[in-house]
Design a protein around this ligand. Structure first.
Ligand code: ADP
Ligand code: MG
Length: 674
């Protein structure tokens, strides 16, 4: 073999400094690149052997071993793969890899921000120079008669290649870390990084310190080559142990001693058979839960999951879990791990996974994903859009299936998943169209209604001020279905009771997503109109008596405006069925939505009094007392109390008003003692 020295075929002298600077934020990916190269090499050899192209020595292990040395500041990545010939190193490392790297650099020269680039694929082997001053390769090809190769490069543009000393087929890469990167040779750090990127690679991966690796090699060297012989030896031992039972303690002691001497079997850091790669029919419920615990360290059980399994027109596998949510804020914290052929790329890539799905937890493996492109390019990629559509569709299908065939469980899940579904509907019209049949609305008796149920509720005709008037005709009437809703069952309990007593129903919409959500539903469902139950007094709540005389309304308005010192106070007088109710505050639905919108934009309290209307019930004795005793000694105090009682069940009181209410309540009780 002729030795070879030369200049790496690149145009830029500054390649390495650029690599180092650019990929600053995730230097740790070199582990992923080198280990995945090792896995590739092992897989290739396995395939060649399967085809009978090469013969593998008996007992040869298929694995990638990482050996860290924190004293020497070195990392070795050793694989039992196909290895490379002299020509291959020259072609794949000296030329191809470098031209790949330079093309990459050219492309992103102007992009200074790190997160522009996903995965940094294409940089591959050369990512080692992000952390190492010097890198060597020792490799022996599986090709018959191949000579071992030793390659070394010190991070400049020069390399050297000569005959090496490796005797086993495979490759060993050694990194001599630069001063800034010593941390990567610490065992715990290495483990952390390998677990992050390599947990599901298709080949077993082991991590050792230099000392542990030497011990391991010694052990392997003395291992009986023929596995049957080893097994036979074990059985004999076991039988002997069984015979010794009579001898009691001494045998047990022997055994204990033996076990102490035995090093624990090294454990692979990779699960070479991840659950998502299996066929859904072959996975058990327990396996899904176990996988969830292992990957997300979440010990609350997931509600349910979706196994994605697609081969055509693109390859995509994965499992999405609907997590159990404890409160609404927590729900924003999902994680979707994206893999490319078992190699971890990143968490929560918005460009690939629809934003609302980021509330879920899951893994997605898509080998076809174009990853050596910038995020913005990914965003505009039609293929990526298809992936995202596919996932959305699968999620919708699952929800519909649950709703149709497991309605009872689905209703139980609903309280956990509704924020997610509502958010999805708001974010993605297509998703809404897909799941609209499976949207649920809990009513006052804790029954669940569907959108269809709501749409089939009795409708009535209503003036629509927005509808265009035809010439010479009255305002056209619009058919509406008014759905009453409650946002807070405790605070609005007075209204709920009134509603129920009058035989009326309402739905409960507790989440702060509900306000934009119902606005959207109204746009999509022409007849549907949502109205909080304290927005207005409707017919069914009124007694069948004749209408309240205008004079009564005028007088009560005057009394209350004066007592409360509010000239602008809107007062409405009604004949409510329930005599026990003196007063209520109502706020028109439009005003409430407006308020909520302002709140969303951070414009909440503008110091104004609430635009709510005070509704007084003439059938209530206290209101009648006020009406008949407008100059009474305590009338003003009663008016204030009546107003505050209405306010309490309308919205949380302000501090001053609350203090005054408590003080006045005490004063009233004191009156009773006189
Ligand atoms: P990529 O993996 O995307 O092809 P890399 O820069 O990581 O790019 O590697 C370049 C090439 O070098 C690989 O395609 C492979 O042919 C060769 N190579 C790298 N590492 C190994 C290895 N451990 N064993 C055998 N071949 C390797
Ligand atoms: Mg590679």
């Amino acid at each position: 073999m002729e030795n070879k020295q030369g200049n790496l075929s690149i145009n830029s002298e500054n390649l390495f400094p650029i690599i180092k600077k650019w990929l600053y934020s995730d230097h740790d990916i070199f582990y992923r690149e080198l280990i995945s190269n090792g896995c590739d090499a092992v897989t290739k050899l396995h395939k060649l052997a399967g085809m009978g192209e090469v013969t593998i020595p008996e007992g040869k292990k298929e694995r990638v071993v990482v050996v860290v040395d924190e004293k020497e500041h070195t990392i070795r990545v050793i694989d039992t793969g196909i290895g490379m010939t002299f020509e291959e190193v020259d072609e794949y490392i000296n030329q191809i890899a470098f031209s790949g790297a330079t093309a990459f650099i050219e492309k992103y020269k102007d992009k200074t921000s790190d997160d522009q680039i996903i995965g940094h694929f294409g940089l591959g082997f050369y990512s080692a120079f992000m952390v190492a001053d010097q890198v060597t390769i020792d490799t022996l090809s599986c090709q018959e008669g191949a000579a071992p190769v030793h390659w070394t490069c010190n991070g400049g543009t020069e390399y050297s290649m000569e005959e090496g000393a490796r005797t086993e087929v495979g490759t060993e890469i050694t990194l001599y870390l630069n001063e800034d990167s010593y941390e990567f040779s610490h065992e715990y750090r290495a483990r952390e990084i390998i677990e992050k990127y390599c947990s599901f690679m298709p080949v077993e991966i082991y991590l050792f310190t230099t000392e542990a690796w030497e011990k391991q090699m010694e052990r392997e060297a003395t291992e009986v080559v023929e596995p049957e012989a080893a097994e036979a030896a074990e059985t004999v031992e076991a039988e002997e142990a069984a015979e010794n039972v009579e001898g009691g303690e001494s045998a047990e002691e022997d055994k204990e001693e033996e076990e102490e001497k035995k090093e624990p079997e090294p454990q692979s850091l990779s699960d070479t058979n991840p659950l998502w790669a299996k066929h859904p029919n072959d996975c058990t419920e327990e396996e899904y839960k176990e996988f969830y615990r292992k990957v997300f360290h979440d010990y609350k059980e997931p509600l349910f999951w979706i196994h994605l399994n697609m081969d055509y027109p693109f390859n995509l596998k994965g499992i999405l879990y609907f997590p159990k949510i404890n409160n609404e804020y927590e729900s924003a914290e999902g994680t979707i791990k994206l893999y490319n052929n078992r190699v971890f790329i990143a968490d929560n890539i918005k460009e690939v996974i629809p934003e609302f799905l980021l509330l879920l937890k899951g893994v997605i493996d898509c080998p076809d994903l174009p990853l050596n492109v910038s995020r913005s390019a990914l965003q505009n990629d039609g293929f990526v859009k298809k992936i995202s559509d596919y996932i959305t569709k699968k999620v919708a299908d699952k929800l519909n299936a649950l709703c149709n065939t497991e309605r009872e469980s689905y209703e139980k899940y609903w309280e956990d998943i509704h924020p997610f579904i509502k958010y999805g509907c708001l974010k993605d019209e297509k998703f809404y169209d897909r799941v609209k049949e499976s949207l649920l609305f809990r009513d006052l008796s804790a029954k669940y209604l569907t959108l269809k149920d709501l749409n089939e509720m009795p409708s009535h005709m209503e003036d629509d001020p927005a509808a265009p008037k035809e010439e010479g005709k009255e305002t056209p009437l619009k058919e509406v279905i008014t759905v009453g809703y409650v946002t807070d069952e405790v605070q609005q309990s007075q209204y709920i009771k009134m509603y129920q007593d009058a035989g009326m129903n309402a739905v409960v919409l507790p989440s702060n997503l509900d306000s934009p959500f119902i606005t959207m539903l109204e746009q999509k469902n022409e007849k549907l109109h949502f109205q909080r139950i304290d927005a207005d007094v409707t017919g069914d709540l009124r007694a069948a008596d004749e209408a309240v005389p205008q004079e009564t309304t005028d007088t009560l308005t005057e009394i209350f405006r004066k007592a409360l010192d509010r000239e602008d106070l809107a007062v409405k007088v009604e004949n409510l069925k329930d005599e026990g109710i003196a007063s209520m505050l109502t706020l028109s639905e439009e005003s409430r939505r407006m308020q909520e919108m302002l709140k969303m934009y951070g414009i909440s309290d503008m110091g104004q009094d609430t635009p709510a209307t005070l509704v007084l019930n003439t059938r209530n004795p206290l209101v009648r007392y006020i009406l008949e005793n407008r100059e009474g000694e305590h009338t003003e105090m009663f008016c204030k109390q009546v107003y505050d009682l209405a306010a309490i069940s309308h919205e949380p009181m302000k501090a001053d008003a609350m203090a005054e209410f408590v003080r006045r309540s005490n004063e009233i009780m004191l009156l009773l003692t006189k």
